[in-house]
Design a protein around this ligand. Structure first.
Ligand SMILES: Nc1ncnc2c1ncn2[C@@H]1O[C@H](COP(=O)(O)OP(=O)(O)OP(=O)(O)O)[C@@H](O)[C@H]1O
Length: 262
């Protein structure tokens, strides 16, 4: 279980003011949970992910992963960013194996594990390619394989599909669901897209800015329905999906209106 308990973060801005980036955010990610944080720019989504990753300390509250407080980065959390962070001079397979090298895994074992992960993301035939030879979607698939290489307990994904075209994004969502279903990993995923949040999340946290807080949460099962049926179209065209989309849109607009008069 990952437990985020009243997490708050304040930043000192350069003009001397204090930015309240995160305000007492609480939620849990149970075994094989897929939690999506949804909100407009500046509502603290990346701050929250960076705190879970251990890249920045909380000002108040706690983050507990499987009974242990998070105090810094660790191999138990794999991170995927919006912009792939692949090393351009290394082949795809070596990029995937990089974390294993740092963990002291033998070369033959690193290779075997990296190829297995490349098969999982459908890229084994590109193992010897260099990152510049791949499309944006393929690079993100390498990023996912790399994040999974050290067998983390949880995947942290910061708008991983935000820069992709619509069709590739749909394909990546479906690939991620199949990986989630097969590996039973916990996932924390950030997005600006209401549709993406609804389709992927077992729980969606709707966030609003200044201060960044959770203003609504929804428990959903569209992702499990997709994993069982493979039929994205009928899910996304359902009246249930459409009415939740409108409900969340209204919540996000209210959060913006509130901000403009606050
Ligand atoms: N290092 C920092 N120093 C000062 N302020 C910061 C810092 N990092 C973030 N902030 C501020 O904290 C607030 C939340 O930022 P954060 O990047 O977490 O939002 P976000 O929801 O991820 O936005 P986006 O979707 O645009 O990435 C913003 O007002 C931002 O300007």
């Amino acid at each position: 279980m990952l437990k985020v308990d009243h997490a708050s973060v304040f930043f000192a801005a350069r003009d001397g003011r204090t930015v309240h980036a995160l305000d007492r955010v609480s939620f849990e990610i149970p075994e094989s949970g897929f939690v999506v944080a949804l909100g407009a720019s500046g509502c603290g989504k990346s701050t929250l992910l960076n705190a879970i990753a251990g890249f920045l300390p909380l000002s108040d509250g706690a983050i507990i992963l499987d009974g242990r407080p998070v105090r810094g980065p660790g191999a138990d959390r794999g991170v995927v960013f919006q912009k792939d962070a692949l090393l351009p001079w290394k082949t795809v397979v070596d990029n995937v194996a990089l974390g294993l090298k740092f963990a002291g895994v033998s070369k033959s074992e690193r290779r075997a594990r990296a190829h297995e992960l490349l098969r999982l993301v459908g890229l084994d035939e590109f193992a010897k390619a260099l990152p510049y030879e791949l499309s944006g979607g393929m690079r993100q698939r390498v990023g996912i394989a790399r994040a999974l290489a050290t067998e983390p307990d949880i995947l942290l994904m910061d708008e991983p599909f935000g820069a992709l075209d619509g069709l590739t994004r749909d394909q990546m969502q479906e690939l991620l669901i199949s990986i989630w279903y097969r590996t039973a990993k916990r996932i924390f995923f950030i997005t600006h897209s209401i549709e993406e949040a609804l389709f992927l999340g077992t729980q969606v946290l709707v966030m609003s800015p200044r201060p960044g807080r959770v203003v609504a949460r929804f428990d959903l099962d569209f992702v499990r329905r997709f994993a069982a049926t493979g039929d994205a179209r009928s899910i996304k065209l359902s009246t249930e999906f459409a009415s939740l989309r409108e409900e969340i849109r209204a919540i996000l607009h209210r959060a913006e209106d509130f901000r403009s008069v606050a």
